[in-house]
Design a binder for this molecule. Structure first.
Ligand code: TMP
Length: 257
């Protein structure tokens, strides 16, 4: 039986799940930057991001943030609830870096006066343009109530994750979240979806400011694989033999034939 591929993104593939209302997220080693202009592979990234996302989604679930996560299936796959993805990327920033530092001419590493929430329209063809809440509600990408829920949840995630990472000597500089609509009977809820990993977070060592995230790939800083491993190691979840293809092939989900 071949699983139906529902969607292929830059870092993940979404397959049909084993039962209705579920899908499987497969984490690839592929990495892109600058809206696909730069392409590469980060060996073992998929395995690590699968574990890190599992760990963080479970933790966020425990503090009451609804998520799409159900369970990890194997080295590269996790079972999640099927949701209707809202085409808005929510970026939460604590420290100036990346496009914010560039846009406003602020030195990278400057602490922001308070956390800043930004929105981008999730559309590769347009290069994910920055948008405001007005665009989101006027174009109907989310209703005002949905957007309020999304912002509330994003701030809760930021507060919790900032503390969690600080506890392992990492500064959560900024990160990107995606949300979806989960339909349960007559009810609809907004839930956290996608992934949370060094692909979509900036994580700096608290003492040295060393970058331990995808900026190492974007900016050709070297030691890319090591950075992802270091984050997993500090979280206490470095998988044995990460990226070991023999281990991976023995460890595929039972419904994949
Ligand atoms: P930026 O500074 O390039 O706007 O990125 C802000 C944060 O969002 C950073 O942690 C990386 C993440 N991000 C994504 O996850 N996907 C993207 O396409 C972009 C541009 C940023």
């Amino acid at each position: 039986m071949k699983r139906r591929r529902i969607y292929e993104g830059k870092a993940k593939v979404i397959f049909e799940g084993p039962e209705p209302g579920t899908v499987v997220q497969y984490f690839k080693d592929d990495a892109t930057a600058f809206n696909n202009l730069k392409k590469g592979t980060i060996e073992g990234k998929g395995v690590i991001n699968n574990r890190i996302t599992e760990y963080l989604m479970v933790k966020l679930g425990e503090i009451g943030v609804p998520t799409h996560f159900i369970k990890r299936l194997n080295m590269r796959e996790q079972l999640v609830k099927q949701v209707e993805i809202i085409p808005v990327e929510v970026v939460i920033r604590n420290v100036a870096a990346g496009s914010l530092a560039k846009r406003f001419g602020i030195e990278e590493g400057t602490q922001l006066p308070r956390s800043i929430v930004e929105f981008y329209y999730k559309n590769d063809a347009l290069g994910d343009p920055m948008i405001s809440d007005e665009h989101i509600t006027a174009f109907g990408w989310a209703s005002p109530m949905e957007l309020e829920e999304i912002v509330t949840l994003s701030i809760r995630c930021n507060d919790y994750l900032s503390g969690l990472f600080y506890g392992i000597g990492l500064k959560l500089v900024d990160f990107k979240l995606e949300f979806g609509r989960l339909f349960e009977g007559e009810e609809m809820r907004i839930v956290l979806a996608d992934e949370i990993s060094p692909d979509n977070c900036r994580l700096w060592d608290v003492k040295t400011n060393e970058k331990l995230d995808k900026d190492r790939f974007r900016r050709d800083l070297g030691k890319v694989e090591e950075a992802y491993q270091e984050v997993a190691r500090r979280l206490g979840i470095l998988p044995e033999k990460s990226g070991d293809s023999a281990t991976e092939s023995e460890n595929v989900s039972p419904f994949v034939k």
